[in-house]
Design a protein around this ligand. Structure first.
Ligand code: PBG
Length: 333
């Protein structure tokens, strides 16, 4: 008996019958070169330290950092974003260590550029790793972040990072006018080739929790309130407006962050800019997948791949992710 469906029934499943067909018809594909590995730097020469809230990630000492970069390149990952863990003794209210040409970040950049000239390096321009209060800028008398004083410091910090040899300075602070000021400072000092990746639509998010643990910027443990400068998760238009200002001010790449809970913003921004787009799958996104996998509630590799594919599909050319090495190795295998 032929079933009533058998004649002329559209059958999309035909195209999904075998691995070869599924592979042939895949609309989005992850490539290791699209992944950027965030790496945490440890100051002294002691042993590297595990980060409890980011399974598999460590604060790396110099030797382990070299090994990690070798492993990344071997897996096909071409770029890393560096985050220094500044010793408490070097932090103060105004984050002056950020301007030290020989601080942990700048010294590390110089070493890595010698060892791995082809590894693309991103450095955050923001004050939070250097301030005792953990905010991304200096505070005014009322305790809010002082926009213009902060921007001045960021521009000087960016020049130091460019001198050290970073490929992209990445302001992650969300101050007004910082892209313009940093671009001008870089150009005035002859760093025309240093790029600017702007954390353009960066939302105030609980998903940054494990990162703040990792770099030790979580003085107010759990949730440090950055809502006077980071975006409100309720707002699409405001996010697009702020992101497009960064384009006008001279950014080379725009970023949406976090990625997974803001895919709609990514998708919308993709339609409105011709610039490359990056998305940051942040620490909390990584941690929640690991936590569920540890309980046996989700498959780690499948969830990792699916989450990254979604970010790419929504419009990200580049994905900052703590899964970079693992995902690249899986793609290669
Ligand atoms: C700081 C900065 C943060 C992250 C990257 N740069 C945290 C914050 O804004 O508080 C978060 C990254 C992550 O959670 O993985 N400017």
């Amino acid at each position: 008996m032929t079933s009533p469906l058998s004649i002329g029934q559209p059958r999309p499943r035909r195209n999904r019958r075998s691995p070869a067909l599924r592979e042939m018809l895949a609309e989005t594909r992850l490539h290791p070169a699209r992944l950027v590995a965030p790496l945490f730097l440890k100051a002294d020469n002691g042993p590297s330290e595990d980060i409890d809230s980011l399974p598999g990630q460590r604060r790396l000492n110099a030797t382990d950092l070299t090994r990690e970069c070798e492993a990344l390149l071997k897996a096909g990952v071409r770029s890393a974003a560096l985050f220094p863990c500044t010793p408490a003794g070097l932090k103060n209210d105004t984050g002056t260590e950020s301007l030290n040409p020989d601080n942990l970040l700048n010294t590390t950049v110089r070493c890595l550029k010698k060892e791995f000239p082809d590894l693309v390096l991103f450095a955050d321009a923001a004050l939070d790793p250097y301030t005792t209060h953990g905010h991304d800028g200096v505070l005014d008398a009322a305790g809010d972040v002082d926009n213009d004083r902060t921007v001045e410091i960021l521009a000087r910090m960016a020049v130091r990072q460019a001198e050290a040899g970073v490929d992209y300075v990445a302001p992650s602070d969300m101050m007004d006018g910082r892209v313009k000021a940093i671009r001008a400072a870089l150009d005035e000092t002859g760093h025309h080739q240093t790029g600017l990746l702007a954390y353009s639509a960066k939302f105030a998010s609980a998903y940054y929790g494990p990162f703040r643990d990792a770099v030790g910027s979580a003085t107010a443990k759990g949730y440090l309130d950055k809502r006077t400068y980071q975006l409100n998760g309720a707002n699409t238009r405001e996010a697009l407006h702020d992101a497009l200002l960064d384009e006008t001010e001279g950014a080379d790449i725009l970023m949406v962050k976090p990625a997974g809970v803001y895919l709609d913003i990514l998708c919308e921004l993709r339609r409105r800019t011709l610039l490359p787009l990056a998305a940051y799958q942040v620490s909390g996104e990584y941690a929640q997948i690991h936590a569920a996998a540890r309980q046996g509630w989700m498959d780690l590799h499948a969830a990792m791949t699916e989450s990254l594919l979604a970010i790419h599909r929504a419009g990200a050319d580049l994905i900052f992710t703590y899964f970079a090495k693992a995902a690249a190795q899986l793609i290669q295998s």
